[in-house]
Design a protein around this ligand. Structure first.
Ligand code: CUA
Length: 343
């Protein structure tokens, strides 16, 4: 019955997470695949241990239970048995070694950055509470949505700008701490196109749970198109609509550029806004609608407590916030979508 309940619960979990690609139990990438193998290995070993212990316990409880008329009977007492003690020490040690060897090998393999010269290299910076992505060789800066091609090794160099965060895309990769003092490396490789949910997995402040991001896995061709579009993006180009034009002026007057870059400028005090209109979410978790963006611009503190944008510019009225929102949402490159989109 317990096994059935566990299976039912797991199925529920899988059903709940499937749509958002936020589960380590349905691996869609190399790191997640290796993690899944380790999860199965440890579960089988631990399940085996549990089973043997429960069977022995049940046997002892039944075999030596106190019977009617034998209230004073005490079974033979054993103190010190070298053979038994050796067995129950050696077996667990062997089991731990069986689990430790593949775990260590996989951990070192995923962190191995020695043959990355021919591959895509991305510097990732964790910030309270957003992610910055700097594509070294392509000279592209973006934030929150990480675009990568399917079936290729992508090397990540991760560092934090403030406190310790942890980079985790459960369906594609394992977890890696993102520290302020040192750069941690990890490579990821996605097997299937799709939009994968990423989470910060280290408690980093009041909005830790909202520090979400996405990994958008597309075909090689789509990825190259995206790279070219991003490289050719002209931050000086004038917005088409008059409202967006006014928004651009307000953006400048409120000194938003002090923190936010558009284009390949390396400023990264706040998220890079180059392809803001393509973002899958606003502030990591809000649907990308104009209403949500207006709410965010007017009161970021309520939507993401502790974020650094709060108080950095004068309060905006509805009209101003709407104009800036209009300006930001029209900043787009051609949408590249995973093959699986709409499935
Ligand atoms: Cu960053 Cu939790």
């Amino acid at each position: 019955i317990k096994a059935l309940m566990l299976m039912g619960f797991t199925a529920l979990l899988l059903a709940g997470c499937g749509k958002e690609n936020l589960t380590a139990l349905v691996p869609k990438g190399y790191g997640a695949d290796e993690s899944m193998k380790l999860i199965i290995l440890t579960t089988v070993i631990m399940g085996g241990v549990l089973l043997i212990v429960v069977i022995l316990l049940a046997y002892v409880a039944i075999r030596f239970r106190r019977k009617k008329g034998q209230e004073d009977f005490i079974p033979k007492q054993v103190e010190g048995n070298h053979t038994l003690e050796t067995i129950w020490t050696v077996i667990p040690v062997i089991l731990v070694i069986i689990m430790a060897i593949p775990t260590t090998l996989v951990s070192f393999d995923l962190a191995d950055a020695s043959d990355k010269s021919d591959n895509i290299n991305i510097d990732i910076t964790g910030n309270q509470y957003w992610w910055h992505f700097n594509y070294q060789d392509e000279e592209i800066q973006t934030s929150q949505d990480l675009y990568i091609p399917v079936g290729e090794k992508v090397y990540l160099n991760m560092k934090s700008n403030d406190v310790i965060h942890s980079f985790w895309v459960p369906s594609i990769s394992g977890k890696m701490d993102v520290n302020p003092e040192n750069t941690n490396t990890m490579y990821i490789e996605a097997y299937e196109e799709g939009v994968y949910w990423g989470k910060c997995a280290e408690l980093c402040g009041p909005s830790h749970s909202l520090m979400d991001f996405k990994v958008i896995v597309v075909s090689k061709e789509e990825y190259e198109k995206w790279v070219a579009d991003m490289q050719n993006y002209d931050p000086e180009v004038e917005p088409e609509s008059a409202v967006a034009q006014e928004g651009a002026e307000l953006f400048e007057q409120n000194n938003c550029m002090g923190c936010h870059a558009i284009g390949s400028s390396p400023i990264e005090v706040g998220p890079n806004l180059t392809n803001f209109g393509n973002r899958t979410k606003i502030a990591g978790y809000l649907e990308p609608t104009k209403e949500n963006l207006v709410d965010w611009l007017k009161d970021p503190e309520t939507l993401k407590p502790g974020n650094l944008m709060t108080g950095k510019y004068p309060e905006l009225n509805d009209d101003e916030a709407e104009k800036i929102a209009e300006y930001l949402l029209q900043m787009k490159v051609t949408d590249v979508t995973p093959e699986s989109a709409g499935k």
